[in-house]
Design a protein around this ligand. Structure first.
Ligand code: 13P
Ligand code: SF4
Length: 310
């Protein structure tokens, strides 16, 4: 009952404030249910840039709301829970990347979108899990030396696809949610569900990725499942994706690869936080504010990504 009441108030507030709600696939189901758009990092950044609302309530983690602000600097962007960070984004600091750049001026710096706005100012281009391979290969073909930050697993996967010819260099960051998945856990699930297709996010380790039927961003996983004739899937990404998987495919069955697939910071946002963000009340929300130089430099890297993804 309470959920229905808050949802109704949120719908009213959205109209009054000319606001839209964007939610990542990892958000709590009731939050995804009130969103105008649900998407992966890439889709949500495109929507943030293209839409005409005055206010964006970004239900995701901090770097995602920053990305929306950089791409739409004239809109008010609000993150409902200011402490919703990302351990992957925290695995690289501005100072360390700046030092690398000074010591290696000939490198192209390719930054995963899971980085802070200030780290993005040091990147030549950004990528997300849905366009990383395409964009990294674009720079490889130009014969550039590449430093990819901060996800070691996605970099190892790209090197594997390119048969290490030549390799890209990479930072030692990772997402603990995906990095901690193991081949043994998959083998166990396979004994229970031998016919299930295995779908994995590229932030998982290479030894596990080599056992997948499909590897892709959250949106790409959803597309794969929709098109597939298979009826059972073992899912190797954060469990919030089940909301859309089950909604879009009511006759198919989904098994999480591991019970550990819960991102604590993605799950911080509750429905009441969305209402409070719209009302700008309480002390949990944050309006994203960035200085002009950060917006310009990080915006260059993000817009380059959008250009190269077309
Ligand atoms: P996507 O780009 O697939 O949405 O992934 C975001 C993320 O945080 C993965 O852990
Ligand atoms: Fe960051 Fe991992 Fe959570 Fe994605 S799942 S937001 S990469 S900590």
């Amino acid at each position: 009952m309470e959920i229905l009441e808050i949802t109704k108030r949120i719908q009213e507030l959205k109209k009054q404030k000319n606001a839209i709600i964007l939610a990542h696939y990892y958000q709590n189901p009731e939050v995804q249910a009130v969103a105008d758009y649900i998407g992966d990092s890439y889709q949500l950044s495109k929507i943030a840039k293209a839409n005409t609302a005055s206010v964006i309530i970004f239900c995701g983690v901090h770097f995602m709301a920053e990305t929306a602000k950089i791409l739409s600097p004239h809109k008010k962007v609000i993150l409902p829970v200011k402490n919703a960070g990302c351990s992957m984004a925290d695995s690289i600091s501005y100072e360390n990347l700046l030092k690398f750049k000074h010591e290696n001026p000939n490198y192209i710096i390719i930054g995963y979108v899971n980085t802070s706005a200030i780290v993005k100012t040091l990147c030549d281009v950004c990528v997300t899990s849905s366009n990383a391979i395409k964009i990294i290969n674009h720079y490889k073909k130009m014969g550039k030396k590449i430093m990819y930050v901060p996800d070691q697993n996605l970099a190892k996967y790209v090197n594997y696809l390119n048969q290490n010819n030549p390799t890209i260099d990479f930072w030692d960051g990772e997402c603990y949610i995906h990095h901690n998945l193991t081949v043994d856990e998959l083998a166990r699930q396979k004994t229970f569900h031998p016919n299930a297709k295995v779908i994995l996010h590229p932030e998982a380790r290479l030894d596990l990725l080599q056992k997948a039927d499909f590897i892709g961003s959250t949106k790409e996983m959803l597309d794969y499942v929709k098109k597939s004739d298979a009826t059972e899937f073992i899912v190797g990404t954060e469990e919030g994706i089940r909301y859309c998987l089950e909604k879009d495919n009511p006759t198919k069955k989904f098994y999480m690869l591991s019970p550990k697939l819960v991102c604590g910071t993605m799950k911080m946002t509750k429905l009441i936080d969305v209402e409070n963000a719209l009302l700008e009340q309480g002390n949990r929300y944050e309006e994203i504010k960035l200085d002009q130089e950060t917006i310009e430099l990080a915006g260059k890297a993000l817009n380059k990504m959008l250009e190269l993804s077309e």
